[in-house]
Design a protein around this ligand. Structure first.
Ligand SMILES: NC(=O)c1ccc[n+]([C@@H]2O[C@H](COP(=O)([O-])OP(=O)(O)OC[C@H]3O[C@@H](n4cnc5c(N)ncnc54)[C@H](O)[C@@H]3O)[C@@H](O)[C@H]2O)c1
Length: 286
């Protein structure tokens, strides 16, 4: 399969990320099938996509024909048969090697021999995941960001056996979706998470030492360093438990620099997990 030849994309999983990737793919003009076993998730994904398209129409970011074409390009299914013949499969199922590798087993007999598999994993080893598929050379990481329709970057992650043609297909797809790309050799946390968790961890260390209040640390990074969000606002959005598990993984794989701040651990133990539970570093009264 050469560049310029992507016609059909299958997205596996329609959760937070899968639905956003599916919309980006449909807007890029690819015939896009979404495979999701949970019909309630399909309903919520369709509703959210409708809202995003309606808002984009109101803001004139897309015209009526574009919105209609995006809806037309999207089909939803609970069956892997929807993957038959797809040029590119983008997997966005939960962060578990066992679950992801089962997806690849289901895709294997349905994709063409040339078809490429991309995983949206945020931390797992691309090489390890690729080895559980039938096509390690045609396998790469495509790390999208949340919310997909707003965030401009895709990290293209190269595993040990990822071939240049597969990387080219990933790049072509991302560009057609209007994204910028960076190419990253597989390593824990890629570029973005690896730097971001260090900033967030340092913020907790400073808060614990009483260097400044949480609000002032956030304000300092926003107004002094031009970060769009403060580190505590961001961790409340991501989830303190999610952040802790990434730090623990990087601590195990990259060393002591990534040792989670004791204050972060305390917050997680106290159940202060962020916006999703109504309180994290800040309180979010409902
Ligand atoms: N949430 C984020 O901000 C974010 C950002 C970047 C990358 N990621 C990565 O993206 C992936 C998905 O994360 P998410 O936050 O969208 O998760 P999520 O839990 O919101 O969605 C996962 C979906 O996969 C479905 N699913 C489970 N098993 C399946 C199967 N066998 N076949 C098809 N669908 C199946 C689930 O029903 C669920 O709807 C993970 O690897 C995660 O690390 C997440």
């Amino acid at each position: 399969m050469k560049e310029g030849s992507i016609r059909t994309v299958v997205v596996v999983g329609a959760g937070i990320m899968g639905r956003g990737i599916a919309l980006a793919s449909a807007r890029a003009g690819f015939k896009t099938s979404v495979i999701e076993p949970n019909s309630a998730v399909i309903e919520s994904a369709r509703g959210e996509i409708d809202k995003i398209l309606d808002r984009a129409r109101e803001k004139n970011e897309i015209d009526e024909a574009g919105a209609r074409a995006a809806r037309y390009n999207l089909t939803w299914s609970g069956s892997y048969d929807a993957a038959t013949g797809a040029d590119l499969a983008i997997e966005a199922v939960p962060e578990s090697v066992a679950i992801k590798s089962e997806v690849y087993q289901n895709l294997a007999p349905r994709l063409t021999r040339e078809g490429v598999i991309a995983t949206n994993t945020s931390s797992l080893s691309i090489t390890e995941l690729a080895a559980t598929s039938d096509r390690p050379a045609r396998f790469l990481g495509m790390h999208f960001f949340n919310p997909v329709h707003r965030m401009r970057l895709v990290e293209l992650v190269r595993g040990l056996e990822t071939g240049d043609p597969a990387l080219g297909i990933g790049e072509e797809a991302a560009k057609a979706m209007g994204k910028e790309t960076v190419v990253v050799k597989e390593s824990p946390g890629f570029v973005t998470s690896r730097i971001n968790v260090l900033i967030g961890n340092e913020a907790f260390t400073m808060l614990e030492a009483g260097v400044a209040s949480a609000r002032d640390i956030d304000k300092a990074l926003k107004l002094g360093l031009n970060h769009p969000m403060g580190p505590f606002e961001l961790v409340d959005l991501v989830g303190l438990d999610t952040r802790l598990s990434i730090l623990e993984y990087l601590h195990r794989t990259l060393g002591d620099k990534y040792r989670p701040s004791p204050l972060l651990i305390q917050y997680v133990n106290a159940g202060r997990l962020g916006r999703k539970v109504g309180r994290g570093v800040y309180e979010y009264p409902s």
